[in-house]
Design a protein around this ligand. Structure first.
Ligand code: GCW
Length: 838
């Protein structure tokens, strides 16, 4: 009885929860009420009814979307009608159906597939809004585009807008594994797979398809490129079909990634040699089986001869042989094979100064230009290395003229703070997309090349490695949603500016109040530079633990191993010499005008200076500042900028919902701490390497900081931290596992007054240690280190910060940090810092 009552109350509470509860699940499709002035204007412009022509499910979804959007934003229903009301309506359908049923409303002109036309037609006092698609999917895209305009408060009364997608390929790849984990995924578990099979409940996968459709993305590879051969077994045919069924209503088709060894591992053939007719027949039979169940399947993605994946090299065959054998199996069904250009040797000899991973894509694929079938697309990462914080555009884009191409952009923030740091990637992508390759000395921006416009290719476009999972808000960081949004918008129209995309996203996601726009857009648009500043500027690449988790700082992790992400910093200087004259020759892979620019130190842009050249630390940049001083300054600027983000974000209090306000504030606060870890590690590392001091005297001098090694320790023991630069001073202290607790006591010698106490500690993934801080015996703060940072070690990833604000201190006060280990986590401590309150 008691239990029942509680259930009833709980149910009531659920129902009573504010309609506007914002956990981020609605993403940019919130359809929140418009501010009164915009609502009044739109109220007059938006018809009261919707008339849909055609019964296709995709059109029905478009109608639902319009109804939900108008109801949400204008607070009034949009009535569905079965005949054209003379008093006006939104008329939704394909151009052909509108032309035959309501010829007076149809725009003159044609629309290709996926394109749409938004148009208002006034007849006397009645007005019609026409949403016409080249096909049903185009009409759906039109509905979303119209709603986007409505949400931004745009004028809708005199529309005449025709939009055609820039490219044929607008795909995302999920790196989802069969067990439900996602490689480099930070947004939770897979939306498609769990425990070795398809998820029972695919409703979120359907909602995801809706998000993708709102951007014009029309295909998703639902399995990781590090492909599990099981996905090609007969058992998976109905499972893949199940996913396809929930995505199809939104015009989204599925693809899978395949393993090249499957003819042998799954098909039990003796070989997977692409030249063997039995192998070709096997690929054909698998494609036939899949297409029988999923007739609109989009195709396959293939990573071969890369990072341990098998490929054609086993049999001395070429990538073209490999791609074509699979493409021919897909061809009769209209399927496409995406063959990844990410092929390189990860056992390269680092001692050989001529070796260069950046050359690999071009060296592997350029010689094969013209040998790929016309339903093969070479999928090329935007830079020649691997999604680092700054890279030049891959020279391979200009190196294939008779082959279809797609640019691969990584939406998931593998090298960008893994959704714990806020980095809006559109400005970086734009730089690659807009980069002019000067192929044949003609304008040839990368975006136009991949779309097939420069070399007149029938197929090509944009692929994003997505960041979505089953987290309530899809990405685990509200601001990371902006990256998925930006990818989709750029895939639709790469001519959009980053600022326009940021503004659209912010309007829809947080509201149209100009103050919100000012704050959020500034955070978005400056964040790439900020991240680059505190990680690896000047083309150093992300100075992260590249052989480990790709998260925290580890300056030397890329050196002296076969992975080829070398920056070659030594006592005299830093950078890879990639010139033709004296280096690896990489610069020569670009068309002449670009090659010439990168060949010389003087003409190489500062942002890529040490990517292209090995220079002394004293090398002046264009500004006159030396390389070493720039490394110091940029790191301080980057860390300061994140600290400022926290303050800027506080300006949103009360302007946006508290739920997301608090969540982002917490994330930014964490990031501000991490940016300091990065700043100190990189600057101290280069200070030690170069022996050159910081003109501003900051590196190595930390006012208010007291090292744990210098504290009075009870139970705590000194420990060295690897890499050394990730701990302040000479290391840290830790409390041996199984010890109940240890203490480190610091003496305050400053003036009396309120102070912030910053505690720098280590939060590893193997336990939840507890910390308690006392001042003169009184507890002033305590917390548990239970964040799930991807490391078991004391290092740059686990180094974390807790701030106890506004504590009254007087000279002589003892500050004691008591740490209680848990499991393997040793309540380790790096330092405390006492600073004036902000
Ligand atoms: O950046 C690297 C990632 C791998 C990934 C690989 C690739 C899917 O660290 O996790 O594997 O790129 O793109 O194939």
């Amino acid at each position: 009885m008691v239990k029942r009552t509680w259930c009833a109350i709980a149910a009531l509470l659920l129902i009573a929860a504010p309609a506007g509860a914002e956990n981020g699940h609605a993403a940019w499709l919130r359809y929140a009420p418009l501010p009164p002035a915009a609502a009044a204007r739109a109220g007059a412009e938006v018809p009261r009814a919707v008339y849909r022509l055609g019964a296709e499910v995709t059109l029905a979804r478009a109608e639902d979307e319009l109804r939900a959007g108008v109801q949400g934003m204008l607070g009034r229903p949009l009535e569905s009608v079965n005949a054209l009301p003379p008093t006006g309506a939104i008329v939704l359908g394909t151009l052909a159906s509108i032309r035959s049923s309501a010829p007076g409303l149809a725009p003159a002109g044609e629309l290709p597939k996926d394109a749409f036309w938004l148009r208002t037609v006034h007849q006397g006092n009645n007005s019609f809004t026409v949403i016409a698609g080249g096909d049903a999917r185009g009409a759906l895209y039109g509905a979303f585009a119209w709603l986007r305009r409505l949400s931004a408060g745009e004028e809708l009364g005199a529309l005449d807008a025709r939009e055609v997608p820039y490219a044929t390929v607008r795909w995302v790849n999920q790196w989802d594994n069969i067990d439900g984990s996602i490689e480099r995924g930070y947004g939770g578990r897979s939306l498609f797979w769990a425990n070795g099979k398809v998820r029972e409940d695919l409703s979120k996968a359907g909602e995801y398809a809706r998000l993708l459709a709102s951007l014009g993305i029309d295909a998703v590879a639902i399995t990781s490129v590090n492909a599990n051969p099981l996905f090609l077994t007969p058992d998976f045919v109905p499972q893949i079909a199940k996913v396809a069924d929930v995505m199809r209503p939104w015009g989204v088709r599925v693809a899978i990634a395949i393993d090249f060894g499957s003819p042998q591992s799954v098909g039990k053939l003796q070989t997977y040699d692409p030249a063997d007719p039995a192998v070709a027949a096997w690929w054909k039979s698998r494609a036939d089986a899949l297409y029988a169940a999923v007739p609109d399947m989009a195709g396959f993605v293939l990573k071969a001869d890369s990072e341990g994946r098998v490929g054609p090299s086993t049999y001395g065959r070429t990538h073209a042989d490999a791609a074509n054998v699979v493409a021919r199996a897909l061809k009769p069904h209209g399927g496409i094979l995406f063959y990844r250009g990410f092929v390189y040797d990860h056992h390269m000899d680092w001692r050989n100064l001529k070796n260069d991973r950046a050359r690999a894509a071009y060296d592997n694929f350029h010689p094969l230009d013209g040998q790929f079938d016309d339903n093969v697309v070479i999928q090329i990462k935007h830079g020649p290395i691997d999604f680092q914080v700054r890279e030049p555009a891959s020279p391979l884009f200009a190196g294939l003229e008779k082959t279809n191409e797609a640019i691969e952009l990584q939406i998931t923030q593998e090298y960008f703070g893994q959704a714990r740091h806020h980095v809006f990637l559109a400005p970086m992508w734009k730089e690659a997309l807009d980069f002019d390759m000067r192929a044949h000395d003609q304008p040839s921006p990368v975006k136009a090349i991949v779309a097939g416009r420069v070399f007149k290719r029938p197929l090509g476009g944009f692929v994003g490695v997505a960041n979505a999972g089953d987290a309530d808000n899809w990405t685990n960081n509200h601001l990371s949603q902006a990256n998925l949004y930006a990818f989709g918008r750029l895939a639709w129209n790469p001519d959009l500016t980053s600022a326009a995309i940021a503004a659209e996203w912010t309007n829809q996601t947080f509201g149209t109040d100009p103050e919100i726009g000012k704050i959020v857009n500034d955070l978005l648009l400056t964040s790439w530079r900020t991240f680059e500043n505190y990680t690896g500027p000047l083309g150093l690449q992300t100075l992260t633990d590249i052989v480990g988790n790709h998260y925290g700082v580890a300056v030397e992790a890329s050196e002296e191993n076969g992975w080829g992400q070398w920056h070659r910093a030594d006592k005299q200087g830093v950078g890879m010499d990639r010139s033709v004259a004296t280096g690896t020759g990489f610069a020569g892979q670009y068309p002449p005008a670009v090659a010439k620019m990168y060949e010389n130190v003087e003409s190489t842009p500062d942002d890529l200076l040490v990517f292209m050249h090995h220079v002394p630390y004293s090398q002046p940049l264009k500004s006159g500042k030396t390389v070493i001083q720039f490394i110091y300054d940029s790191h301080y600027e980057g860390a300061d900028a994140v600290a400022k983000y926290v303050e800027q974000w506080r300006g949103l209090r009360g302007l946006i919902d508290d739920e997301r306000y608090q969540a982002v504030l917490k994330q930014l606060d964490y990031q501000a701490g991490q940016a300091i870890v990065w700043r100190d590690a990189v600057t101290r590392w280069f200070h030690r390497a170069s022996g050159i001091s910081d003109d501003s005297g900051r590196v190595g001098a930390y006012p208010g900081r007291i090292e744990a090694e210098a504290a009075r320790l009870q139970g705590y023991q000194l420990v060295t931290v690897t890499p050394w630069e990730t701990a302040s001073g000479s290391g840290a202290v830790e409390c041996p596992a199984q010890t109940p607790s240890c203490t480190a006591t610091f003496k305050y010698t400053g003036q009396a007054g309120p102070r912030d106490i910053v505690v720098q500690y280590f939060d590893v993934s193997t336990g939840a240690a507890h910390y308690r801080v006392r001042v003169a015996g009184k507890v002033v703060g305590e917390w548990t280190a239970n964040d799930r940072i991807p490391t078991r070690k004391l290092d740059g990833s686990s180094s974390s910060r807790f701030v106890i604000a506004g504590v009254e201190l007087k000279p002589g006060d003892e500050i004691t940090v008591e740490g209680s280990p848990d499991a393997q986590e040793t309540a380790a401590l790096d330092y405390i810092e006492i600073r004036s309150p902000k």
